[in-house]
Ligand binder design. Structure first.
Ligand SMILES: Nc1ncnc2c1ncn2[C@@H]1O[C@H](COP(=O)(O)OP(=O)(O)OP(=O)(O)O)[C@@H](O)[C@H]1O
Ligand SMILES: [Mg+2]
Length: 421
């Protein structure tokens, strides 16, 4: 009886939760705001679509399109535009009876040469076991499969910097030259490499760089007005009429444009704001919901970044917070001194100032801090460091590290004496 009673209660709670969502008049189709949804129209990317389209169009005549290197900051539509263009290309090729296929590989997810090759192979109908073969063997099988086919294969290596950073550029080199290993009437292979990492180009061997970059496309960030257009286009389908208004859309666009015009962030904001409104049982999304969504996304982002940081980066971050709490900003030297004390406090050997300086760069790149180089006349240059995110959120995230729990808690309570001890 008791068990049945409990089950009844639980299902009651669930019914309530289910009713809230099914009865909600907020989302008509929430998936339209999900990051991997590719809309039918991509406003403000007409130029990029046209350029990429005119490059890959060669495939419709059976020629190998030039390789393309696509670069642009995160959320500027690189993946969306590329997939959009390739889907349309393949559809047109089918109409024309031309053999054009593409393989899309995100090398952040498929992070070994073996997996990348296996994905490419499967695009041309070749099954490769999950393990058991050498990478060289997979490559050889791919070459054989391509030799037996004709037409054009376009390989998209998205977030290709991840592969190269971890595994070097061997595979990229081989793929850009695979044509030399194939007979004349084999399938032709062209590569589209995508990255959002400025430093990536410098990392590449000159030969790889010149063959991958036969064509280069740079995606500029969106401005707030462009983000508004993008959001409206998606919002009209995602929400019921009247649920969002221009104030809400503009606010999402303005927040997302503050760092750089990142459409993913803008869409995430709008989606999460809608979710919050739905959970509250509200009838429409308000600017307040967007504000709450921003706080939630910031928090998620900080937690995610902090969870990937190694110990010395965490200590450096703690040192920065301690110093910034005192005076609003800190210099590299001050941060290093504070870091050294913290390292001692947790009983680990400190790393060099040079290394901490690199860590500061990395934290800056991750968007957690802001490090600005200033000249101090004849004393050379230093960096003025401030936090780009809420200090308490960072401390909260750092507290989940048992080694830092106490220090983070102390700082959270404003403990200035921490560094004097
Ligand atoms: N012009 C646009 N119109 C409509 N939606 C867009 C547009 N540009 C980007 N988006 C949407 O914004 C999100 C991010 O875009 P996308 O994934 O293409 O960014 P990206 O440049 O590949 O970023 P990253 O470097 O982080 O991979 C996706 O949901 C995409 O559909
Ligand atoms: Mg992408």
């Amino acid at each position: 009886m008791l068990v049945a009673g409990k089950a009844f209660l639980v299902s009651d709670v669930l019914d309530e939760v289910f009713d809230k969502v099914t009865g909600s008049r907020i989302f008509r189709n929430r998936d339209i705001l999900s990051p991997d949804y590719i809309p039918d129209r991509l406003p403000h990317r007409e130029n990029e679509i046209r350029r990429l389209g005119s490059i890959v169009a060669q495939a419709l005549k059976g020629s190998r399109p030039n390789n393309v290197f696509i670069y642009g900051l995160t959320g500027t539509g690189k993946t969306a535009v590329t997939l959009y263009v390739l889907r349309r290309l393949v559809a047109r090729a089918r109409d024309l009876g031309v053999d054009v296929v593409y393989a899309y590989v995100n090398t952040r997810q498929r992070d070994t040469p073996y997996r990348v090759l296996a994905d490419i192979a499967s695009a041309v109908g070749l099954r490769v076991p999950f393990t058991g073969l050498s990478t060289a063997e997979v490559y050889a099988r791919l070459v054989r499969a391509l030799s037996r086919r004709s037409g054009v294969l376009i390989v998209v290596l998205d977030e290709v910097d991840w592969l190269v950073r971890r595994r070097g550029d061997d595979l990229l080199y081989k793929l850009t030259r695979i044509g030399y290993e194939l007979p004349r009437n084999a399938m032709k292979v062209s590569i589209i490499g995508i990255t959002n990492d400025v430093k990536f180009v410098e990392m590449l061997d000159a030969r790889v760089r010149s063959s991958l970059g036969e064509e280069e496309l740079v995606f500029p960030p969106y401005n707030a007005q462009q983000l508004r257009d993008i959001l409206w286009e998606r919002a009209v389908e995602a929400f019921y009429p009247g649920v969002v208004d221009d104030a809400v859309i503009s606010y999402c666009a303005a927040l997302a444009a503050r760092e750089h015009g990142d459409a993913r962030r803008a869409l995430d904001l709008l989606r999460v704001a809608g979710e919050i409104a739905e959970r509250e049982g509200a009838e429409r999304v308000t600017v307040e919901h967007v504000r709450a969504a921003w706080a939630q996304l910031e928090r998620d982002r900080v937690y995610e970044v902090v969870s990937t940081l190694p110990l010395h980066a965490r200590l450096t971050l703690l040192a920065i917070i301690a110093k910034v709490r005192e005076r609003g900003v800190a210099t590299t030297g001050e941060v290093y001194d504070a870091y050294a004390k913290l390292a001692e406090a947790v009983g680990v050997e400190r790393v060099t100032q040079r290394r901490v300086s690199d860590i500061i760069n990395e934290l800056d790149m991750l968007g957690i801090i802001n490090a600005r180089v200033v000249s101090r006349g004849r004393y050379g240059k230093t960096r003025i460091i401030s936090l780009s995110v809420d200090a308490d959120t960072v401390l909260e995230a750092l507290r989940s590290d048992p080694r830092l729990e106490e220090l983070a808690a102390l700082l959270r309570r404003g403990g200035r004496r921490l560094l004097q001890a």
